[in-house]
Design a protein around this ligand. Structure first.
Ligand code: DPM
Length: 358
């Protein structure tokens, strides 16, 4: 094990490892990291946790739409550098910000129980009581997600869509203090974690807007070789969430979509069945390929002993049935292949080119 491991000793001579958790500096990132820290503290009261806050490229470039910065691991690179240098041992991310292929040496050691994965409409206070349907024609909706804009443009052609960037605090401020936007669209999970659930005027169901791959789930990234930490964080895995998110990530990876393409999903676990609906859109939503598939993910209690051999789209869930994990990954790959056969590649390539040219 690395010589960088920190050891602390309490008054009774008891030795315990110090675990450092890296986080972005945004309030949401801090809240997410703190919530994982308190879970770990409950389970391992003897472990010393330290939180190290850092800025990432995604935090520094606030005026450009995410999809245009062209940096693949926007919010994760600096944190991964710190992991690699053993400056931190654990990094907590929103799973949807993590690429489907992680750089060598890193793995997702835990995916925690998902919050509400849907998107939410937050209205300008003057529009209280209205919905996307009843807002006046040509009302401007703020979102820089290609996925949200594509689906909502198709569904609500009377509305207009404009980019809005910045962290959640900045966006709510931009909404409330100016007259630029009639409403903005944000993930319900982020709003809930920030304690701003009361600002949600309505949640968008799958018929209006399907969610992003991994949305609403927290992921714990660690060094793939750090078996102690991997084992420690694996207790945080929520098996239904792990299976859903593996199928979603496999779908996105097979489509070769990054975190800024108009790709959306919907998953459910019911008994031993895992259901995945996936779609790709043109930027204006006029073209859409959408299908659903299901697979049996029976839990056989065949738990993986060697985490090394069992990484599924970047996730090492060595306390979840390996048969179920394989089935979940296959489901995502099969659904992506179905859409690829129908021309998904062309739709995504055109969307990417158009977005780059804008
Ligand atoms: C990714 C997207 C967005 C974030 C693209 C998408 C939204 C970008 C925007 C991949 N990451 O969803 O289609 O609105 O301009 C992000 C948020 C959360 C994690 C904020 C949000 C919180 C929710 C969660 C940004 N990443 O989507 O409102 O944990 O899933």
């Amino acid at each position: 094990m690395s010589e960088n491991i920190s050891i602390s000793q309490d008054g009774n001579g008891k030795v315990s490892r110090i675990i450092r958790m890296g986080t972005r500096k945004s309030q949401l990132a801090r809240i997410q990291t703190d919530s994982v820290a308190s879970r770990l503290k409950e389970i391992y009261p003897d472990v010393h946790l330290e939180i190290v806050a850092m800025s990432t490229i995604g935090d520094k470039i606030l005026d450009t739409a995410l999809s245009k910065i062209g940096e693949k691991s926007l919010f994760t690179k600096e944190l991964e550098n710190a992991l690699e240098r053993n400056e931190v041992d654990i990094v907590v991310h929103s799973l949807k910000d993590l690429p489907t292929s992680l750089p060598p040496g890193f793995t997702i050691g835990a995916v925690l129980q998902r919050e509400n994965p849907h998107d939410a409409v937050v209205l300008h206070p003057k529009n209280a009581g209205l919905t996307l349907n009843s807002l006046p024609e040509k009302s401007v909706i703020g979102t820089s997600s290609l996925r949200r804009a594509a689906q909502l443009k198709k569904r609500f052609p009377q509305l207009e869509f404009e980019n809005i960037r910045g962290n959640l605090n900045t966006r709510l401020k931009k909404l409330d203090e100016k007259e630029d936007y009639a409403a903005i669209i944000l993930a319900a999970a982020g709003l809930k974690r920030m304690g701003w659930e009361t600002r949600i005027s309505h949640i968008l169901g799958p018929e209006d807007c399907m969610y992003a791959v991994g949305q609403g789930a927290l992921a714990v990234e660690v060094r793939a070789q750090d078996k102690d930490i991997l084992k420690m964080v694996s207790v945080l895995n929520h098996s239904d969430t792990v299976l859903r998110c593996i199928s979603e990530r496999a779908f996105l990876r097979q489509l070769e979509g990054g975190c800024s393409v108009p790709v959306a999903v919907h998953t459910e676990v019911n008994g031993s069945m895992l259901y995945l609906t996936g779609a790709v859109y043109s930027l204006d939503g006029s073209e859409c390929l959408k299908n659903s598939m299901e697979i049996c993910v029976e839990i056989d209690n065949k738990v993986n002993e060697s985490a090394q051999e069992c990484v599924h789209v970047g996730v090492s869930a060595n306390n979840v049935s390996s048969v179920a994990l394989e089935a979940a990954e296959k489901l995502g790959v099969d659904l992506a292949n179905l859409l690829l056969n129908k021309g998904a590649k062309d739709i995504l390539t055109t969307a990417r080119k158009l977005n780059d040219a804008q």
